[in-house]
Design a protein around this ligand. Structure first.
Ligand SMILES: Nc1ncnc2c1ncn2[C@@H]1O[C@H](COP(=O)(O)OP(=O)(O)OP(=O)(O)O)[C@@H](O)[C@H]1O
Ligand SMILES: [Mg+2]
Length: 377
């Protein structure tokens, strides 16, 4: 230290640094789309999907809930240049009108807002009938009734009226099946197949429904898109991601601890973040990271999922419960004192409900549900 003043300055700087560490925000996030450094890379997946898009193809991204579909797609869109990007979430779509409003308003928004096009509206959508599409401040007189198929096609054909190249994301696409008064899927397919300036990314977590839409030869969307089954995050990527985030906030984690987080979560994106989130608070308070904190973090995650798991459990009949319980121990349900036919039926229903899937053998999809069944039921 050159002088007393320098010494005081040095202490002040250190205090600021300590305060910053204390005030650090938890670096793990869940329950929202993650981007940038919160996004554990899905380099391979994004490359493959982006190649398909650039070749003018469409892709259907299917995975169990909270694997990271939306986050991956949003990050992928950021990497695509020269496209007009349209993202629409169909999660709560309940009617034809609702769908057409979301569809047209998100297309207009991606092009700079509907106001720009008010004067050209007649050219863009030549509709004849007479009720209204509510596009923000603008009400578009339009009858979206099942009888006005031509008008519906006119709205669906909107992207064709522009020179831009579009990527249109329809997230939770299976919800379109909620529109029951018209065969909307058939109309979409009829129009979409002639678009030559649009690639679609359809995404959905209700896998049975998504596969029903895209993989059944008798369905309109059969072979319309490449099916991309999004897998859990990769082990090494996750381990590095966790270590780096803890290190950045001044907490050194042993590699084997990060590996254990991967094993508990099976690379399920949401659970990786949720476990680390709880663990981080405990570690920060203790000033170090210990095995017992991870056990506590797991308890917290189990607690926060409890009511969701209970409602899954309550929906099952006795045979399905027995089969699920046996699967949670990694055993074959055919070892149960139950007829093979009953086991098969139970497995089929559990699979249809996206609770189990057939890998080499039937397994419970959600790794935390599996633990909950073993420990709490
Ligand atoms: N690549 C990633 N890296 C780190 N965390 C991720 C990643 N992808 C997703 N997550 C975590 O998982 C959570 C769920 O992600 P996201 O909403 O993208 O999944 P989803 O498959 O679209 O879920 P849903 O089926 O509910 O629509 C995010 O809030 C985030 O915590
Ligand atoms: Mg999603």
């Amino acid at each position: 230290m050159k002088s007393e003043k320098d010494g005081i300055m040095f202490i002040a700087v250190c205090e600021v640094a300590v305060c910053e560490v204390m005030a650090l925000k938890n670096p793990f996030r869940f329950g929202m789309v993650v981007k940038g450094e919160d996004f554990c890379d899905r380099h391979k997946e994004m490359k493959e999907i982006s190649q398909a898009i650039k070749s003018g193809m469409s892709v259907s991204v299917i995975s169990p809930r909270r694997y990271g579909k939306t986050s991956m797609i949003v990050n992928l869109l950021d990497t695509l240049e020269d496209y007009t990007k349209v993202y629409m979430d169909l999660m709560t779509v309940t009617s034809l009108n609702d769908f057409l409003e979301r569809y047209s308003s998100s297309i207009f928004n991606s092009l700079g807002g509907i106001r720009k096009f008010l004067n050209d509206m007649d050219k863009l959508m030549k509709v004849h009938a007479n009720v209204e599409l509510n596009l923000g401040n603008f009400k578009f007189n339009f009858e979206a009734s099942p009888n006005s198929t031509r008008d519906i096609e006119e709205v669906i054909g909107l992207p064709e009226k522009f020179k831009e190249k579009f990527v249109i994301v329809m997230d939770e696409f299976q919800e379109i099946l909620n529109v029951t008064n018209i065969d909307l899927i058939a109309i979409l397919r009829k129009k979409f197949q002639f678009f030559n300036n649009v690639s679609f990314i359809f995404s959905g977590s209700k896998r049975t429904m998504m596969k029903e839409i895209f993989s059944k030869p008798q369905k309109p969307f059969y072979r319309f898109s490449q099916i991309y089954e999004l897998k859990p995050l990769e082990r090494n990527e996750v381990v590095e991601f966790i270590l780096k985030k803890f290190a950045k906030t001044g907490l050194k984690m042993e590699r084997k601890m990060a590996e254990r987080i991967y094993e508990i979560s099976c690379g399920h994106a949401y659970y990786v973040q949720a476990l680390c989130y709880h663990l981080w608070f405990m570690a920060r308070e203790a000033g170090n990271i210990e095995e017992s904190q991870l056990d506590e973090a797991l308890k917290k995650v189990l607690l926060s999922e409890k009511s969701a798991f209970e409602s899954v459990w309550d929906e099952l009949n006795p045979n399905q419960k027995k089969v699920l319980k046996v699967l949670s121990y990694g055993k074959s349900p055919y070892s149960l004192k139950m007829s093979a036919g009953s086991v098969k039926r139970a497995l089929e229903t559990l699979e249809k409900s996206d609770i189990v899937e057939k890998r080499e053998r039937y397994e419970i999809i959600d790794p935390i549900l599996r633990i909950w069944l073993r420990e709490e039921i």
